[in-house]
Write a protein that binds this ligand. Structure first.
Ligand code: GDD
Ligand code: MG
Length: 359
């Protein structure tokens, strides 16, 4: 058995991220409100819940934003150290960069954009029982091409690591959480950009280190795209995704204090309505993420979309699979569908845009 109090947690946030797209929202993505809490709160509370006490947050940007939210970690029952890269060092470089802050012989590293239900205690125990140098949390997904494909043999030993392969041999992928024996971390080159996926893991395998897979089938989602973000948020609201940080009743909607919802408005699909937001009667919100201070006009329809802080959605507008930037003003009856992104502060007049498949 591993004593979680003798394990460092390392949380990676930063980089340019191949799959990160500008969300047209001002908050850094790891801090976007997700079921009412900054996204990273869900991960940090899961770390605390597992009995891990010390966290090092390795970031390449906006460290002050994280520090002002989480401080020394005591509110979550954690001790958090922050390490900032002068320029993005990649996932491997980010891990190497936190070495001076590590306290223990075992570290568990997390990609900071993943929502997961994996039992961290069981993962740590598997690592110890199998005497692994590295243990990787692995999951199965429908389309492995966007991830690191990780085949294993009959004993669960990792046989290859194929990042973003076009023709992956298995649907089993790297879930973005690894347990490392400390000396393995010390091997990662310092002071330059290093990819843990493209350089470190293939190197460990060719050097014959013992890299084990821990296959898990609990909830898992990378929140790196707006589509995944709205799905993950809805899953938290509905109780499909677990988070020890959430205390509210699970259900079809989460309406924050100070928000108002008019008569006949329909809120379903794990919709979140932020503080001070106003949703007029007859609006239909399905899987919508409505940040604080948003106004939604009568009869507007918002499906699987993010509406940024203080934006205004006019009466009978239709937003589906979109992201509306902070403070944007979408006129009445506008139609924004299928990946529409509106930059912060932009105004679209009433009836100013519609969507049509006619030629
Ligand atoms: N500190 C720091 N510095 N963190 C970084 C940097 C960097 O330069 N670059 C990326 N990160 C962080 C990101 O913020 C994210 O939390 C994590 O490292 C992974 O980066 P992504 O950009 O989200 O990568 P991905 O989603 O395309 O792929 C990774 O995650 C998949 C699982 O979600 C890979 O690890 C894949 O192998 C994996 O399947
Ligand atoms: Mg990611």
């Amino acid at each position: 058995m591993v004593n979680p109090a003798e394990v460092d947690a390392v949380v990676l946030v930063g980089g340019m991220g191949t799959r990160l797209r500008p969300l047209t929202l001002s908050a850094p993505k790891p801090m976007l409100p997700t079921a009412g809490l900054p996204f990273l709160t869900h991960l940090l509370s899961r770390i605390a819940d597992a009995g891990i006490e010390h966290v090092v947050m390795g970031t390449s940007y906006k460290a002050a934003v994280f520090e002002s939210e989480f401080g020394d970690g005591s509110k979550l029952g954690l001790q958090i150290d922050y390490v900032v890269e002068d320029e993005p060092l990649g996932t491997g470089g980010g891990i190497a960069n936190v070495v001076p802050k590590l306290r223990h012989d075992t570290a568990i590293v997390f990609n900071g954009d993943v929502l997961s239900g994996c039992d961290l205690g069981a993962l740590l125990d598997s690592h110890a029982t199998k005497d692994a140098d590295v243990t990787m949390h692995l999951v199965r997904v429908g389309d492995p091409r966007a991830f690191g494909c990780v085949p294993t043999d009959s004993e669960g030993l990792v046989t290859a690591f194929l990042e973003k392969a076009q023709d992956p041999p298995t649907d089993q992928i790297n879930a973005g959480c690894y347990v490392f024996k400390r000396p393995v971390i010390d091997r990662i080159p310092k002071g330059r950009a290093v990819s843990v996926e493209r350089e470190v893991f293939p190197g460990l395998l060719s050097d014959g280190l013992r890299v084990c897979g821990y296959v898990d089938s609990t909830y898992w989602r990378d929140m790196g795209t707006p589509e995944d973000f709205v799905r993950g948020s809805a899953d938290l609201v509905r109780g499909i995704a677990p988070s020890p940080a959430l205390t509210h009743q699970r259900g079809e909607k989460l309406v924050h204090d100070g928000a108002s919802v008019g008569p006949g408005a329909l809120l379903i699909g794990g919709t979140v309505v932020g503080r001070g937001a106003e949703v007029a009667g007859g609006a239909r919100l399905d899987g919508a993420v409505i940040f604080d201070g948003v106004t939604v006009g009568a009869g507007a329809v918002i499906e699987r979309s993010i509406i940024g802080f203080g934006a205004r959605i006019g009466p009978r507008a239709l937003i589906r699979d979109g992201v509306i930037g902070d403070g944007a003003d979408i006129g009445a009856r506008c139609e924004l569908l299928r990946g529409a992104r509106v930059w912060p502060g932009i105004t679209i007049p009433d009836g100013g845009i519609r969507f049509s498949t006619d030629v």
